[in-house]
Design a protein around this ligand. Sequence first.
Ligand code: ZN
Length: 821
Amino acid sequence: MAVQQPPWTLPSQKSPEPTLKIYNSLTRTKTEFVPINGRHVKWYNCGPTVYDASHMGHARNYVTQDILRRIMTDYFRYDVHFVMNITDIDDKIIIRARHNHLIANLRSETTSLTPTLIEQVREAWVSYVQSKVSKGLPESERPSAGSEQAQWPKLVERFRDKEWKQQGLQRDEKFEMHFSAAAITFNALLKAEEYFKSGQTGVENAHTLIDSSQDVLALALDKQLGGTVNDHTIFRSLAAYWEAEFFKDMRRLRVRDPDTLTRVTEYVPEIVSFVEGIVKNGFGYVVDGSVYFDTRAFDKADGHTYAKLEPWSKGNRELLEEGEGALSAASGGKRSPADFALWKASKPGEPSWPSPWGEGRPGWHIECSVMASAILGDNMDIHSGGIDLAFPHHDNEMAQSEAYHNCSAWVNYFIHTGHLHIEGLKMSKSLKNFITIDEILQKYTARQLRLAFLTQLWNAKVDFSESLMTGEVRGIEIAFNSLTSSSFPTSSLHASQAAFRAALCDSFNTPEAINVLRDLVSKTNVYIRAPDGNLEIGLIQRVARWVGDMLRIFGLGEGETQEIGWGQERSANEGNVNREEILMPYLRTLSSFRDGVRKLAIAKGENALKDILALSDKLRDVDLVPLGVALDDQEGTPSHLLSDFPARYACVPSDSLLTGRLNCVCDARTPSLQWPQNLPRTPSTLDVARALRTFSVVPAVDGKALVKLVPPEELIKAREEKRAQAEAKAARKAAAAEAERQKRLAALEKGRVPPQELFRPPNVPEGTYGSWDENGIPLTDGEGKELSKSASKKLQKEWTLQKKRHEDFLEWQKQQEKDQG
Ligand SMILES: [Zn+2]
């Protein structure tokens, strides 16, 4: 019998892989995610209306969408086709562009400050006070026609009363904005009148008046001349400018570009035929050149339901009107107040395109139906946007598309990102808590912002606050910063991986996923510090790499993909750093030092050790100085303090104590360096270690030089000063030596005369003495008289001294001859 393999049985799965579930606005529950075609996911996201700077609300929405998209593509590995639109035809764009254009025109036509201009601004101001400011004033305090100027100072006085202002804000949330605009214009008017009276009618004063009253003037100008602005490029260029700004902000926030970007202006013919299709299917009707969607007909039709997302908002007039835009005609011929515009007849001053119903432009909601259909076909897997768009925009989009495609499930998963509040309050210009993306990025990094959103559920309300950023976000950053290649373990890696997947499958639960990663990092660090020291380095590396990869999925990886952890955050400039350019000078120095040491070691000369030391000094004093590296061979520094104070003080909760101690230590070592500003107030061990590196303080373990990075010019200056001091000292020494030599020479010179000759001419005047003994010591004076006893004794003493001097002299002379010969 032939030898057979034993039977094999299909393994039975003990723990099945969790399936991805997504919170779906269409059911308000977490529903299993099933793409229509295999792993291909069709996704449409509502993009911005481009007429102003992007703000924190945009950041919340687009960064969150980006996180979900990255999880779908980079973690679940779906083949996602992400489409986003730019709304570049919109009432807000039209109004803003017209205002800008009319103000610019007035400015360029104005050549001097005239009574006509002053009058024009005054009239604009009066009508602004009546139409805008009055909305926030109590009935009894609204100025009657003609009394606006007289009443104004009193209103300004009232405005200072906080409670009064608060009541105004309750009547009109833009009250403060309107009041401030009117106040600025009023003061500018007073000033302009003064200028005119004193004859200062120059163009600058006229422009100052226009600039200070822009908001007020634009409304009046638009009322009067808005209809004359019909050039498409005026609207288009405003939208193009803000679109470019939007994408600049998005890239700074590390939001990926969409796979396909669509603009309304590029889809107008498709929109016209789409609207025709809806009318043909019986769900649209024409009134005075505008086309409306028939919500009642749609709701009644088999297989269709209107307002699937928010059926309870159906009759909400405020939301409906907002959706229709500020320029839409009164709802005259509408069959139902809930009906909305598919196509709007354009009035003068509004951009228009040809259509079977006359010149007009698309309604707001239709654009997304058309562009999504044009790119993705008659259905999609995911549609996303901010929660504010759910009704009426998304409900209307769905109704239009299902009316056109004759289907009942145009979108399978509708996902809405949650609201954003700032310190507990809705963000709004009138509350003065309006933050642009540019402003927020001056305060926090893109990574910190992203972490702030990651730690909240994507569909929950985020309260953006100082405490969130300095507390939780900072804590997570510190936890993940301790992720280094030399730090990891675990048997819990697989458990963490499973928990991580489960969290993301649970409708992208990023707060939970981040917790899983954070726990794994702490467990790993505990493992590393365990006393037995049997570390499985391979496992630690796997953990490190996996955590890093998962952080990158969230868009948190700033460094190179090979880097462990999330990598170093780099500024835009640093991103292009040329490593070769930076490192080569140091490497060349290191290499040539090595060459020198090798040569000396091989030669084994008798002075080799001395020469190596000299080479080391040259490295310190000559080669490293222009590179800005200071080496200091100091000994006996508090190295123990530096090496163990992170461990000793990191756990001290009082930041003042810790900071104080660190300051002391660091001040002692590097008096010229300041405590780094980016060090958190409650530093961890790692921060402390970092700070030390920031200080360039390398703990001076015995015999190791202290290394500091110092600007080269400082080092060169210090070196020159040292050299000058040494030279001055040497010069002083040389001068002293020379003086000593001269003194000695003078002394020797005195011994040139032999003692026998000392008292004979020419060494004494002729006739000083009469006779001498055999040693040349005088016996009598010039007159032959015997010298006194005391005089003889004195001469004898002198003679003995000279004898000694002369012997020294002869000795020196002999030495000189020997040296020269
Ligand atoms: Zn949309």
